[in-house]
Design a protein around this ligand. Structure first.
Ligand SMILES: O=C(O)C(=O)C[C@H](O)[C@H](O)COP(=O)(O)O
Length: 209
């Protein structure tokens, strides 16, 4: 699957921080049951790589990506864990080289027109705008759409249930990323029913045609 077809699978990509490996499978099951199949497991905790592996084994419906890719070596370890796509907060020449050799497609992060131009030069046409809200949000995406009409975004960072519909209504937005569908307190409490409900609600946010 290429990155655009992955982004077309659901309007919201849950951005997940997994503190304990035991949370991984029930969390992925709850999100998939709610209709969000595309998951981003951030490399912010030691449990992240084992979590990706466990989700791949136990939840075949999920499309499991790795987030917070920041060092070239991350691409190899994430690929070995079974990551099906990769997301990064930014993009450097070293990372672009590592991404080319990786076993999965990439959604690189950008925040400025110059970073976007560098990404286009490395062959990308689909980006994470990060941090989306802080970078200018809706207005920034509209402004980028003028010189770069062919570029598609998954804005992430500071997006909430309340603001997601406005992002999804933009023609250059495929889907949004957000942590609101898997809040830390609900993961810690093992409240998978509540997370499934949040996912159901987010999955109902139709992408405007
Ligand atoms: O670690 C990464 O690479 C990330 O992807 C950062 C996340 O995009 C933001 O942390 C989104 O989180 P919220 O703003 O809470 O929705």
């Amino acid at each position: 699957m290429n990155i655009r077809s992955i982004l077309a699978l659901a309007p919201v990509i849950p951005v997940l921080t997994i503190e304990h490996i035991d949370h991984a499978v029930p969390l992925a099951r709850a999100l998939c049951a709610g209709g969000l199949r595309v998951l981003e497991v951030t490399l912010r905790t030691p449990a992240a790589l084992p979590a990706i592996e466990a989700m791949r084994k136990a939840v075949p419906d999920a499309v499991v990506g790795v987030g917070t890719l920041a060092r070239p070596g991350d691409f190899v370890t994430a690929g070995s864990a079974g990551a099906q796509f990769g997301v990064s907060p930014g993009l450097t020449a070293e990372m672009a080289a590592a991404a080319r050799a990786a076993s999965f497609p990439m959604l690189p992060g950008i925040m400025t027109p110059t970073e976007l131009l560098a990404g286009l030069g490395w062959g990308y046409d689909t980006f994470k705008l990060f941090p989306a809200q802080q970078a200018g949000g809706i207005g920034m995406l509209k402004a980028l759409g003028a010189p770069f009409p062919e570029v598609v975004f998954c804005p992430t960072g500071g997006i909430t249930r309340a603001t997601a519909p406005d992002f999804l209504a933009l023609p250059n937005v495929a889907c949004v990323g957000g942590s609101w569908v898997a809040p830390t307190d609900k993961i810690r409490a093992g409240d998978w029913a509540a997370i499934e409900q949040l996912a159901k609600d987010a999955a109902g946010l139709a992408k405007a045609k």
